[in-house]
Design a protein around this ligand. Structure first.
Ligand code: FA5
Length: 338
């Protein structure tokens, strides 16, 4: 009797091991027949119970039925598991498939153009500075000779944070911050984001400018023309046609705007250049004496030049892009080209 009981426990243990190591549903079905089938190991075992002494038969019979039920459950469970999981033979490696390429990122075209602008101006002798995008009314307007309620404020439609705090409308806000810290000679450029309530083919509410400021004894409008012409010729090429057009900024006198012949229509007139044949890229001029007075510079000794260029406009001309908004739509098909 002792021997028979041990044997049923052994059979039980072995069956479980085999179920555990089976790798496909076919093997489980075969195991189920081997153990529980009509001529299976457990069925045979039950038949042999009649050889035991009568008083032992009920106890052993009960245990064999328990083992039978438990194994049946284990076979069903394993079958379900293996049928939902692909078998090892399904994991074939197809060596003829092309490899998976890793997508490479790149710098945004506006970042690339900003870096190119700064590189050229650094070679001309300018150092780089930075200033805050959330700016006081003082640095953005007042200190630049644009008092409150002055009509010149209408030139730049502003996002106000509060009465005295704005999102800077131009990088010129950094001019006074620089001059408060340095004594001439000053030669600084300041790249950064600026904000205006503005949106069409050539205007976006957020865009980038690079400001330039040079103050010393004897700085003239000729220096301004020379620097900007050299810059444009390096940024594009020597044949690029540009013009200086008289303009007005409260913080420069005289003031000018620099236009480049529209690359889309070669000057014939199109929707990008508003049918003028020219695209405005830089505002510039000689620093107004009122601005120098605001920072305590001696206006009888020093003169200065300043300019502020639109990075997106330069990028549009450089790459032949007809809608400024494309830079900010984040369409990777567009961005991948640069
Ligand atoms: C100014 O912002 C002056 N601060 C420039 C300046 C600096 C003048 C120093 C004198 C001395 P303006 O508003 O014209 O100027 O803008 C300068 C350039 O920014 C424009 O020539 C244009 O290229 C670009 N720009 C202006 N508004 C937008 C806009 N909404 N979207 C994209 N680019 C713009």
């Amino acid at each position: 009797m002792e021997k028979v009981e041990k044997t049923i426990e052994q059979i039980y243990e072995e069956a479980f091991k085999e179920i555990k190591f089976a790798t496909d549903s076919e093997s489980i079905k075969a195991l189920s027949i081997r153990y529980l089938g009509r001529k299976g190991i457990i069925t045979n075992f039950l038949r042999n119970i009649s050889n035991l002494p009568p008083e032992k038969r009920p106890e052993v019979g009960k245990r064999v039925n328990e083992v039978k039920k438990s194994l049946d459950k284990a076979f069903k469970h394993a079958l379900k598991r293996l049928e939902t999981k692909p078998s090892q033979k399904d994991y074939r490696i197809d060596v003829s498939l092309p490899g998976r390429t890793i997508q490479q990122g790149s710098l945004h075209p506006i970042t690339q153009i900003t870096w190119q602008i700064c590189e050229i101006l650094e070679k001309i002798g300018f150092d780089i500075a930075e200033g805050p995008e959330v700016e006081t009314d003082h640095y953005n307007f007042e200190a630049l000779n644009i008092p409150k309620n002055h009509p010149a404020r209408d030139m730049q439609d502003t996002f106000y944070i509060s009465d005295n705090i704005v999102l800077r409308t131009h990088t010129s806000s950094i001019q006074v911050r620089i001059m408060e810290k340095l004594t001439p000679p000053v030669r600084v450029i300041a790249p950064g984001k600026v904000y205006r309530c503005d949106s069409d083919l050539t205007h976006t509410p957020m865009f980038h400018q690079v400001e330039g400021l040079m103050v010393d004894e004897g700085i003239s409008f000729g220096d301004l023309k020379g620097i900007l012409t050299t810059f444009i010729h390096h940024m594009f090429d020597e044949k690029t046609t540009l013009r200086f057009r008289p303009s007005f900024f409260p913080f420069t006198e005289p003031s000018a705007e620099v236009d480049i012949l529209c690359v889309m229509c070669r000057g014939k007139g199109c929707r990008v250049c508003s049918h003028t044949g020219w695209l405005e890229v830089i505002g510039a001029g000689m620093v107004h004496p009122a601005v120098f007075e605001n920072v305590g510079y001696d206006t009888t000794r020093y003169t200065g030049l300043a300019f502020g260029m639109g990075v997106e406009r330069i990028a549009m001309l450089k790459y032949g892009i007809d809608d400024i908004r494309k830079f900010f739509e984040n369409d990777s098909r567009f961005l991948r080209q640069f």
